[in-house]
Design a protein around this ligand. Structure first.
Ligand SMILES: *Cc1c(COP(=O)(O)O)cnc(C)c1O
Length: 383
């Protein structure tokens, strides 16, 4: 069986985790800050807050930006559920911006139209969450210009994107956003088993997210609001959560960061091999923007929609774990119960009907790709 994605763990990773198991701290020790520093150094951002998963990172990112009841958050319908659910956790409402049919990323044109209309109606969103599908950066310059013009905050969901860049800057540097979120789930670019991180250039946002990660509890004497009762004393200043990352996860993260560039390079080489074999077939390849370097989390192609299901089923029959990223969030039964309907985001729905994710991960071999492409070619010619 060829999976669609898989982690790459080596002996150095294993040793790093075992070393923590033998140390004094399994949680709240030195590895989490070391992992945060490694991501700051890599992306060129000032602050990073490591958490238990990217869903938690999205949640505290929204809260830190002040999202609450009476607010609205906009994201892309072509994403994992968490990009939208995070707003609902804050009591806010969610709405979606339709995608560019070629990339599946939030369309700046749709965003511009929707913002102009929302302004007229007096219901501008507080935050927008563009998602870098497959690791391919959104058109962040235009999105950031629009957000700035309308006074809207931006969280980049870069769950697919660590190691990539846009306009010469690494994803995560927050040049075009207030906060960027990464996921370290095993199928993503680097892994901590479960894990996520929020990066920002803003010290106050970083401090707020660090508080929200750990029960809203302050221990620093200088920040206490009540008289200090003694060295045992700490105080809860807001309603936070237990979203901490463990030392085991952070040690694995530090170790994986050493190979991040290698992983992304390998993913790009494999994508190049796909491209060479697929370019003549009757399909479209979802590709990164010019002036960007994709982390290549997913290799997505678009087929004629009437053929997609048969091709998917036949590929699965051949033990090739193709996938579909994603079923549009607004069509989920839960979101339908909130009032979203078929036809609300036609480009997203069309994109969804055509897409197929082919396997892509650092352990994939050239002859796996040849096998996948030969079968795909045969299936497209006899259907
Ligand atoms: C994986 C993913 C998430 C959630 O990540 P977790 O770490 O599993 O919580 C959020 N958004 C996108 C786009 C993702 O792919």
């Amino acid at each position: 069986m060829i999976p669609y994605g898989r982690q790459a763990i080596n002996q150095t990773d294993i040793d790093a985790v075992v070393e923590v198991l033998k140390s004094d701290y399994l949680t709240q020790g030195p590895k989490v800050p070391a992992f945060e520093r490694a991501v700051c150094n890599y992306t060129g951002v000032e602050y990073a807050v490591a958490v238990s998963n990217a869903t938690a990172a999205l949640h505290i990112a929204c809260l830190a930006l002040g999202v609450g009841p009476n607010d609205c958050v906009w994201t892309s319908p072509i994403t994992f559920l968490a990009s939208a659910n995070c707003a609902l956790y804050c009591g806010a409402t969610v709405d979606f911006v339709d995608v560019d049919p070629a990339t599946g990323n939030m369309s700046p044109n749709s965003l511009a139209e929707k913002l102009a209309y929302a302004k007229q109606q007096g219901c501008l969103p507080k935050v927008i969450i563009p998602v870098h599908l497959a690791g391919h950066s959104c058109d962040m310059q235009r999105i950031a210009e629009l957000a700035y013009a309308y006074g809207v905050k931006v969280i980049e969901d870069a769950s697919h994107g660590i190691g990539g860049s846009y306009g010469g800057s690494k994803l995560g540097c927050c040049r075009y956003s207030d906060i960027t979120v990464f996921s370290f789930h095993p199928v993503k670019i680097i892994t901590t088993a479960e894990g996520g991180m929020a990066t920002t250039k803003d010290a106050a946002l970083a401090e707020k997210m660090a508080l929200l990660r750990a029960h809203g509890v302050v221990r620093d004497k200088a920040l206490l609001t009540r008289p200090d009762e003694g060295d045992w004393y700490y105080e809860q200043q807001l309603l936070g959560f237990n979203y901490r990352m463990t030392e085991l996860q952070a040690a694995l993260g530090c170790s994986q960061m050493q190979r991040l560039d290698e992983f992304v390079k390998c993913r790009n080489q494999l994508a190049e091999r796909y491209q060479q074999q697929l370019h003549a077939l009757p399909l479209a390849i979802v590709s990164p923007l010019n002036d960007s370097y994709s982390a290549r989390h997913l290799y997505i192609v678009r087929l004629p929609s009437e053929k997609r299901k048969a091709v998917f089923d036949n590929m699965r029959q051949l033990d090739i774990q193709v996938h579909v990223h994603y079923f549009p969030v607004h069509l989920q039964p839960y979101y339908q119960s909130l009032g979203f309907k078929i036809g609300d985001y036609p480009n997203a729905e069309q994109f969804y009907s055509e897409i197929l994710t082919l396997p892509l991960f650092p352990g994939l071999k050239d002859d796996n790709i040849d096998f996948i492409c030969n079968n795909l070619s045969a299936l497209l010619s006899d259907n």
